[in-house]
Design a protein around this ligand. Sequence first.
Ligand code: PEP
Ligand code: MN
Length: 255
Amino acid sequence: MQDLGKNMLIAGPCALESREQAVKIARFVKSCGATHFRAGCWKGQNYPIVDGKPAYMGMGYEGVNILSDIQAIVSIPCVTEVQNSMQYDFVRDFPFIQVGARHMQDFPLLQSIRSNYNGQVILKRGFGNTIDEWIGAAEHLGGPEKVILCERGICSFDRTSTTRWRLDMVGVAYIKECTPYRIIVDPSHGSGDRRLIHLLTKCILPIADGLVVEVHYNPDKSPTDARQTINFKEFEKIADEYRRAKVSNEYERFD
Ligand code: PEP
Ligand code: MN
């Protein structure tokens, strides 16, 4: 199996909105050096109605077709989250799938993926779950060969600041030093605030095996996770940090 967990810069919008939107963002992030394009086809929403309007739930299977086309046209491998076992059947030609924070302990889903899906899985940490529970979930999926862990912030008592979740860098260091798992980090969900992404990236790059960031050409118009989504100019800076870390290889973590 190809080892996908190292040196990854995964970027793209929180939600796939249209073919044009996805192609434009995929082309841009690729031109900056992103290794993978991300976009949510199925968006589970905390609240079905937001400000009196139905929440955006994604493009579903139509979105998967768009991502398949992007792999061919833009030549960048794609990743999307799956929420049930019917969905992953449709993303078999992607190098890996994502299991989201809200499904981290969906054991029937994890076991079904383990038995039926041959690719690797990015397993996001549930925001209310301990590291042990996260590793337990990874074992349900088949262990370190099959799973790339993704830290995306956990619940904190402090919600007075702008952050919705709190990136757990102790957890990241622990996974890196004390377990055989690969670990990538998502500062977008981990902070909930686009102003913090650049600085967080500088903290993450020396430690983690990769980075996931939400990017949009017009972040404020993004139907989901707008506040944490960065624009193209900001992504250029992130890609630059990534490139510099890779070139200097100061921490000897790039292959
Ligand atoms: C996402 O990646 O857009 C997402 C919904 O992430 P999480 O499962 O970490 O909330
Ligand atoms: Mn998101």
